[in-house]
Write a protein that binds this ligand. Structure first.
Ligand SMILES: Nc1ccn([C@@H]2O[C@H](COP(=O)(O)OP(=O)(O)OP(=O)(O)O)[C@@H](O)[C@H]2O)c(=O)n1
Length: 367
C-alpha cells in the first residue's frame, strides 16, 4: 500500500499557510489491512480511518458516483485497485486535488500548482456538480484567499450558477449551510463569501433576508468594519456587523433558515433592534433602559457587553456613545433594590421605583 497526504494540507503547505489538519489517502489497501494495523474506522458510509497514534484521517482511495438527488445516493467504490488519480478527480477544486507522497513529491494530475500560481479556484471535473455543498465551499475559499488575490475561474462560476438555477442548493441541510458560514466568519472575509453567493444568485436561497440589503457598497462597508473585529467574541461580532441592516423581524426568518445557535440569535436581535436607534449621539433614556432589559443586563451582563463592543466598532461617534452606555450600565446595575424596600415601598411600587431609579441613573449620563 502507498500513503499520500492530500487536500487542504497540500494546498496550504504550498501557500505557506498554517496546516490545520492532515488528511491522507491510502492506495492499494483494504479495511481489513488497516484494522489489522491498528487503525480505527470512523463513519460507516466511507472507508475513513484514524491513525492509531496521530489520530489523523486516513481514507482508502475511492471513486464516487451520485445516483440520486441531493446529498444522499452515492455509489462508493474503494477496492484496492482504485488509483490515486481516480480518487483525486472526484474532488472539488484543482488546488484541493493534489497529493504529496512520503518522499515529499507533489502529484498534481489536474494542474493545481499552476492554478495556485495563477490564484485561480477552478473545478476539477463535472463531478463538482455532485455535491452542492461545494458551491458554499468555493465561496468560502474565495473569501479566505481573497487577500492573496484569488478569484474563481469563469467556467467554475458558470457551473455554480447553473447548479443554483437547477435548485441543487435547496437540498443542503441547515446544519451544513451554517457550518460553512461559521467557517467563513472565522476566516474573516464574510463579505467576499456573500459577494460570490450574490453573483451566482444563491443569496435569496441561502440568506433570504440579507439578499434584499446586499450591494457592492454594503459589501465594502462590511469589509472595513471587519478589519476592526478582534477578541474572543470575534465570530458573533462579525456576524452582527455583517447582518446589521436586516430588520429585527427578519432575524427569526434567518434563525429558522439556518437553525442558528442561541447566542447568535440573541446578539443579532439586540443589535438590529437597538443599533439603528442609537445614532447621531442620541440615546433616549427609555430606549437605553429597553436595551438593558432586553439584554437582561441585570442577570447576564455579558450580553450587553457584547452589544457595546460591537456597537463601538461602527465608528468614532458610536464608540463615544458605547462608553456612555457602559457607564450607564455600571450605574444602573449598582442600584440596590434592598435600599428601595427599606425606604418603605411595597409590591408593584418597588418595581416602579426601581425603574425610576434606573432611568434617573441613565439620564444622569446621557442628558
Ligand atoms: N465537499 C467536498 C469536501 C471535501 N472535498 C475534498 O476533501 C478535501 C478535505 O476536505 P476538508 O477537510 O473539508 O477541507 P479542506 O480542503 O482541508 O479545507 P479546510 O482548510 O477548510 O479544512 C478537500 O481538500 C477536497 O479535496 C471535496 O472534494 N468536496
Amino acid at each position: 500500500m502507498k500513503i499520500y497526504l492530500v487536500g487542504g494540507a497540500v494546498r496550504d503547505k504550498l501557500l505557506n499557510r498554517p496546516i490545520k489538519e492532515s488528511d491522507y489517502v491510502v492506495v492499494g489497501s483494504t479495511p481489513d489491512e488497516l484494522l489489522a494495523l491498528g487503525y480505527q474506522q470512523v463513519g460507516s458510509d466511507f472507508p475513513v480511518f484514524l491513525h492509531p497514534e496521530t489520530k489523523d484521517e486516513y481514507a482508502l482511495a475511492r471513486t464516487e458516483r451520485k445516483s440520486g438527488q441531493g446529498y444522499t445516493g452515492f455509489i462508493c467504490d474503494f477496492t484496492p485497485d482504485v488509483t490515486l488519480e481516480e480518487d483525486l478527480i472526484r474532488r472539488d477544486l484543482t488546488v484541493n486535488a493534489m497529493a504529496e507522497d512520503e518522499g515529499g513529491n507533489i502529484i498534481d494530475p489536474f494542474n493545481g500548482q499552476a492554478d495556485l500560481e495563477q490564484k485561480c479556484l477552478r473545478h476539477v471535473s463535472d463531478a463538482f456538480c455532485e455535491d452542492p455543498l461545494r458551491i458554499l465551499r468555493v465561496a468560502r475559499f474565495a473569501a479566505r484567499y481573497h487577500y492573496l488575490g484569488f478569484t474563481i475561474a469563469p467556467e467554475t462560476k458558470q457551473l455554480m450558477q447553473e447548479m443554483v438555477a437547477q435548485g441543487e442548493i435547496n437540498t443542503l441541510t441547515k446544519e451544513r449551510i451554517w457550518l460553512e458560514i461559521e467557517k467563513s466568519l472565522a476566516d474573516g472575509a464574510i463579505n467576499v463569501f456573500t459577494d460570490v453567493l450574490a453573483e451566482i444568485n444563491a443569496l435569496p436561497v441561502i440568506l433570504p433576508p440579507l439578499a434584499n440589503h446586499w450591494s457592492p457598497d454594503y459589501s465594502q462597508e462590511i469589509a472595513t468594519l471587519l478589519t476592526r473585529v478582534a477578541g474572543e467574541n470575534q465570530l458573533i461580532i462579525a456576524f452582527c456587523l455583517w447582518l446589521k441592516e436586516i430588520q429585527p423581524t427578519e432575524v427569526k426568518t434567518l434563525s429558522e433558515r439556518l437553525r442558528l445557535p442561541n447566542a447568535y440569535v440573541d446578539a443579532l436581535s439586540l443589535f438590529t433592534t437597538f443599533a439603528p436607534i442609537f445614532t447621531h449621539n442620541q440615546a433616549p433614556v427609555e430606549q437605553v433602559l429597553a436595551l438593558f432589559n432586553q439584554a437582561d443586563v441585570w442577570r447576564r451582563p455579558e450580553r450587553l457587553n457584547l452589544f457595546i463592543e460591537t456597537f463601538a466598532l461602527l465608528g468614532e461617534e458610536h464608540s463615544a456613545l458605547a462608553r456612555k452606555l457602559q457607564s450607564a450600565a455600571t450605574k444602573t446595575t449598582a442600584i440596590d433594590v434592598q435600599a428601595i424596600i427599606k425606604q418603605g415601598f411595597k409590591g408593584a411600587e418597588i418595581k416602579q421605583q426601581l425603574a425610576r431609579a434606573r432611568e434617573q441613573a441613565i439620564a444622569g449620563i446621557f442628558e
